[in-house]
Design a protein around this ligand. Structure first.
Ligand code: ZN
Length: 587
């Protein structure tokens, strides 16, 4: 059997989507908060009958393969491999690969894997490195799990080793492992020297880069791989591949600051933990976390910088509608706490912290709230947080509590909040939101011609009007048009019974869902008749205009090139289109 067909049969769409989003039953299907855009109401419709999950707000989704490709950011080939493994379907050994820049990525990845193995070997051989980790209380089992290594204290040992392993100079540079100091000289130096090395894995567990902690005198305590085809620091979260299952299970994710903090949590047996590496937390990071969790537990450094980072994280997470709690640690960070009081750390992490907003209200009590100055400081602290809340119910509720905590009235508080919102733009609205979503929201995913055909799917009794429709030329519409003409006489048409090429079925199912989603199913037959006639006329107008434009373009071209025979031919075609327009009562 065709593996694609078999995988679809074994993995229902609702099961796949449920492993990323929380489903709510609705009618014959389900709805969920769309994981592909900043969704506040459940915009994703999941149809078990059609095997499709689709969001008509951002026009994303499709069958299990499309959904998986998009959410895991992989190509079709990888989706096929992953889903075959998940469903236990055997694949033939050779799957066609498009040989483009994928080779480049594959080579960069292989280079990183080779480097990781090299660093691990160096680590075992270097007493300074093993002693450093031992002194930080890190056991061998953790070192093995996280594949921690050591980059030797030399200018080009790693580079030389990788050359011997068969990687080219370019591949090593592309993998982010080499630095070319002087262009003229062209000499390559190792990017990582005398550092404890943490391989950074993507969510699927494939290595994409490294973070390195110096154990020498280097000014930069930590450095990361340079960004390249594999490593993008604003989307990678350190520890995610180890944390994914635990996060899904608990719906909670603990956010910490660094590599040693992630490891500290694992040391006390808590696994749902990640860190942004080499950058502050971004909106993209939060979007990724939202796929798995509904609550973010902040466990950042207990200093001023950590407080700022917490506030920022709160605003970003709130913008995505997530809950945010915070943990107060007895020491500087999870790493130090794990060393000094492991049992305390474990308990704190498992308890999941207190509401971040509550903790801020608590902090306000340290201010002199009897003075105007103290009140002002308190306002400055809570206003950005309130502004970041997307739910007005929650915001209203928390505003009243904040007003009470500051010893002021909700009315006065509301006034200040409004003034604040008009005065400053706090970066709670995502700075790097994909602008494409906005673009897409405006346009329908289907043309007028396609929607008209979609109506025939819902109301096959009106099929007589199909004869009044000009046959479309575009591939999908044309195939659907023919399939509808040949469809058996039934009361309801499903995509399954249509004679459509396999690759167009998904789109046809989405089209049917689109029509259902917009309430076109609720019409009586007489309303349907009126709507269909109207839409057929509209579709014909669109088709004629398209044909006219195409012929005009060709005419112009033929005229320019002096091709008289062709021009005559085109003129005749143009006359036919005009006749067609008249026949279908379009002027
Ligand atoms: Zn969406």
């Amino acid at each position: 059997m065709d593996p694609v067909f078999e995988i679809k049969a074994r993995l229902p769409i609702e099961e796949l989507v449920a492993s990323y989003c929380q489903l709510k039953k609705k009618g014959r299907g389900f709805v969920a908060l769309c994981p592909f855009h900043n969704d506040t109401r459940p915009s994703m419709t999941v149809s078990p009958d059609k095997g499709i999950a689709y969001c008509f707000a951002c026009n994303s989704g499709g069958d299990i393969f499309s959904f998986y490709q998009k959410i895991e950011n992989v190509d079709f080939r990888q989706a096929l491999i992953d889903l075959a493994e998940r469903t236990g379907v055997k694949l033939e050994t050779t799957i066609p690969v498009e040989r483009t820049d994928k080779d480049e990525k594959e080579r960069a990845r292989a280079c990183l894997v080779a480097a990781a193995a090299f660093y691990q070997k160096q680590f075992t051989a270097c007493t300074k490195a093993t002693e450093y980790l031992a002194q930080r209380g890190i056991e061998q089992a953790i070192i093995d799990t996280f594949q921690i290594g050591y980059a030797p204290d030399s200018f080009s040992d790693t580079y030389q080793h990788l050359l011997k392993e068969g990687f080219s100079r370019n591949e090593i540079l592309l993998a982010g492992l080499g630095v070319q100091k002087d262009l003229a000289e062209g000499k390559i130096y190792d990017r990582f020297r005398n550092r404890i090395m943490f391989p950074i894995l993507d969510q699927r567990g494939d290595i994409v880069g490294f973070g390195g902690r110096t154990i020498g005198e280097d000014d930069a305590k930590y450095i990361n791989s340079s960004e390249g085809p594999l490593y993008n620091k604003s989307t990678v979260l350190y520890g995610l591949s180890y944390a994914r299952d635990a996060i899904r299970e608990s719906k909670k994710v603990i956010l910490v600051e660094g590599y040693f903090d992630v490891i500290a949590c694992h040391r006390v047996g808590v696994q749902n933990v990640v860190a942004a590496s080499g950058t502050a937390l971004t909106q993209q990071h939060v979007k990724i976390l939202k796929r798995y969790a509904d609550t973010v537990i902040l466990s950042l450094d207990q200093d001023r910088a950590g407080q700022d980072a917490s506030q920022r994280a709160f605003c970003l997470c709130k913008a995505e509608g997530m809950n945010v709690t915070t943990i107060t640690l007895p020491h500087k960070d999870p790493d130090e706490t794990a060393c000094a009081e492991p049992v305390v750390l474990q308990k704190l992490l498992q308890d999941g912290g207190v509401s971040y907003f509550d903790s801020v209200l608590q902090e306000l009590q340290a201010l002199d709230l009897s003075s105007a100055q103290g009140k002002h400081e308190g306002m400055q602290r809570v206003l950005p947080l309130l502004q970041a809340m997307t739910s007005s119910v929650e915001r209203e509720h928390e505003m009243q509590r904040a007003a009470m905590a500051l010893g002021t009235t909700p009315v006065a508080f509301q006034e200040d909040l409004e003034r604040f919102e008009n005065a400053v733009q706090v970066p709670s609205s995502p700075p790097v939101q994909d602008s494409s979503v906005h673009e897409e929201q405006k346009s329908s995913p289907f043309s007028c011609v396609e929607i008209t055909l979609g109506l025939f799917l819902l109301y096959p009794a009106q099929r007589a009007y199909l004869k009044e429709m000009i046959e479309p030329e575009e591939e999908f519409a044309s195939a659907l048009f023919t399939a509808l003409q040949n469809a058996p006489e039934t009361e309801q048409i499903t995509v399954d019974i249509l004679d459509l090429p396999e690759e167009l079925r998904e789109r046809a199912a989405i089209l049917q869902m689109f029509c259902e989603h917009h309430g076109f199913t609720d019409w009586s037959e007489s309303v349907a008749q009126r709507e269909i006639r109207h839409n057929v006329q509209q579709a014909n107008r669109e088709l004629v205009r398209k044909k006219q434009r195409a012929i005009s373009r060709q005419l112009l071209q033929a005229g320019k090139e002096g091709k008289t025979a062709e021009t005559e031919q085109l003129m005749m075609q143009y006359q036919q289109v005009l006749k067609l327009a008249k026949m279908t009562s379009i002027s």
